[in-house]
Design a protein around this ligand. Structure first.
Ligand SMILES: Cc1cc2nc3c(=O)[nH]c(=O)nc-3n(C[C@H](O)[C@H](O)[C@H](O)COP(=O)(O)OP(=O)(O)OC[C@H]3O[C@@H](n4cnc5c(N)ncnc54)[C@H](O)[C@@H]3O)c2cc1C
Length: 510
């Protein structure tokens, strides 16, 4: 066991009672347990794990990320960062670093790939989509986490764990054991952590597989464009999109090709292209080839005692609309400050449980919208008729806007109880006298925007910043923002504010 550092006794709200599952090949008794060397161990250094590590480090939490792969992923799949994820990056000062690596595209046209441009006046300072290679965004997030002080160990697979009332003993595939106060499974769709926890993952199995890859194409651009235009009238899971330098992204249904257990081959792509288009377009020299299904599943619980789940470990759905990575990164953003508060000892008793209360319904909604989108891709006459009808409805700006805000996650409103519509929503980035609002959230702290200049954050000033007379753009007297930018309180009364500071930020410092 590795044990260099002995930690202080955890604060009282850090203890978890009751029978909590976990599986260890060689269980350790209390006396033999190693010290709690880390506060949080994260299984998996994908986008979710890396984002969570960085968020925890903003609060000086000792974080170790264990990643089973020795090298970062080499495939070059392009993913889209939607408006809300771009906002999160801006809130942590990361956007300027990310933008040069991606391509800005219009925010519209993502719901079921119905090609409608976005209406004017979307409610975000970042009203576009950023197309970026997944390994690039993963690298940038990992570098950010490491710069903030997270440890990342590659080639280390979590194979087992056991939790007790003070921490979690995590066992690696090579038998090594490590201790931390919490373990978070960010280990993807086949999550070992979720399986060992015994958390149910109900939903639907994959019904239709799709092949996706990037390759060079022999046919002329004109021939491809004409064929694609013709076929996309009837086949929605089919495209060839140019990436430049003769490379195309190719998507075809996988129905009937080769063994599911085997990686797809270029011949599989050729065969499907010939079946659908009558030609294989002379595809050759693949950069990568993959197959994905449309399984849709949601973990029954996001937390069991000291072990939590986030990202694909907690939810899977087809990639239509490009939401999975965004959803995982946003889970991490919601969980980071809450878990940090728990570890630092100032979290109100129920704060950590608000992670599941807030994020589970969001994932339910994403699963539902991908189910709906998949139906709209069907070539059956019924779904095609619904698709035509929805296409017409999207001419109404409000319908189009609603669907974009759903995919881009800017329409989320957490249930914080009765109050004005803004309560529970995120506040968009607005100009304030000191620059941009999001520029004031880089440190991951709460923020009181006080137009009355009468209120104070008092004993919470170690966790919450204060800004007097921020901007006339705010049409309410005062707003309390959580570290994730969601509006936790609106009002002008000090006692009411103090009650809400206690609700979200615990007891004031004496
Ligand atoms: C074809 C396709 C296109 C997509 N396009 C988009 C898109 O445009 N936009 C979008 O938002 N999403 C998209 N997605 C979804 C997106 O790729 C995933 O949702 C995202 O990668 C999930 O991130 P994650 O960090 O939760 O999990 P993962 O990316 O799966 O990362 C999990 C990490 O955990 C590691 N790991 C696994 N087991 C262990 C273990 N036992 N111990 C330690 N480490 C372990 C893995 O090696 C991996 O690095 C797409 C997916 C597919 C298949």
């Amino acid at each position: 066991m590795h044990s260099q550092q002995v930690t202080a006794e955890p604060p009282s709200n850090d203890r978890v009672q009751g029978d909590v599952p976990g599986v260890l090949r060689s269980p350790v008794s209390g006396a033999d347990r190693a010290p709690l060397t880390f506060d949080v161990i994260i299984a998996g250094c994908g986008p979710t794990g890396a984002m969570l590590a960085a968020e925890l480090r903003l609060h000086d939490v000792r974080v170790l990320v264990l990643e089973k792969e020795t090298e970062p992923a080499s495939f070059v799949r392009i993913v889209g960062l939607h408006m809300r994820s771009l906002e999160l990056m801006a809130m942590r000062g990361l956007l300027d670093r990310i933008l040069p690596h991606g391509r800005q595209r219009p925010a519209g046209g993502f719901f079921a790939a119905i090609p409608k441009p976005a209406p004017k006046g979307l409610d975000s300072a970042y009203a576009y989509l950023l197309g970026i290679q997944q390994p690039v965004i993963e690298r940038l997030l990992e570098e950010h986490a490491i710069e903030l002080g997270a440890q990342v160990r590659r080639g280390c697979a979590v194979a087992g764990f056991e939790q007790d009332d003070e921490g979690v003993t995590v066992e690696l595939a090579d038998g090594q054991q490590l201790r931390s106060r919490y373990l978070v499974g960010c280990d993807g769709a086949r999550s070992t952590v979720r399986k060992l926890l015994g958390v149910g993952f109900p939903g639907e199995p994959s019904r239709a597989d799709t092949l996706m890859g990037e390759m060079k194409v022999g046919a002329s651009q004109e021939e491809i464009a004409a064929k694609v235009a013709e076929i996309s009238q009837t086949h929605q899971r089919f495209w060839l999109r140019p990436f430049g330098e003769g490379v195309y992204s190719v998507v075809v249904p996988a129905a009937g090709v080769s063994d599911r257990a085997q990686p797809p081959t270029l011949e599989d792509f050729k065969q499907q292209l010939r079946t659908i288009a009558g030609t294989d377009f002379g595809v050759h020299s693949p950069r990568w080839l993959s197959r994905f299904g449309d399984a849709t599943r949601l973990a029954e619980r996001y937390r069991v005692g000291r072990v939590l789940l986030a990202g694909d470990a907690a939810h899977i759905h087809p990639p239509i609309g490009g939401q999975g990575l965004n959803l995982g990164v946003q889970d991490a953003f919601n969980l980071g400050w809450k878990l940090a508060a728990q570890i630092r000892g100032w979290a109100p008793e129920t704060l950590l449980d608000t992670y599941q209360a807030e994020r589970h319904p969001v994932a339910e909604d994403v699963l539902d919208n991908t189910r709906a989108q998949m139906e709209l891709l069907s070539t059956e006459p019924g779904p095609q008729a619904v698709r035509r009808l929805l296409t017409e409805l999207m001419d109404f700006d409000e319908v189009n806007r609603h669907l974009i805000e759903k995919i881009a996650a800017t329409g989320i409103r957490y249930d914080f109880g009765e109050g004005p519509d803004l309560l529970g929503r995120r506040l968009r980035d607005i100009d304030v006298k000191q620059g941009h609002l999001y520029g004031l959230l880089h440190r991951g702290r709460g923020l009181l925007l006080d137009r009355t200049e009468r209120l104070t954050v008092g004993g919470w000033s170690d966790r919450v910043d204060y800004l007097a007379d921020p901007t006339a753009a705010l049409d309410v007297p005062c707003v309390l923002l959580r570290p994730d930018g969601h509006v936790a309180w609106i009002g002008d009364d000090q006692q009411d504010l103090d009650d809400h500071l206690s609700r979200w930020f615990g007891k004031p410092a004496s």
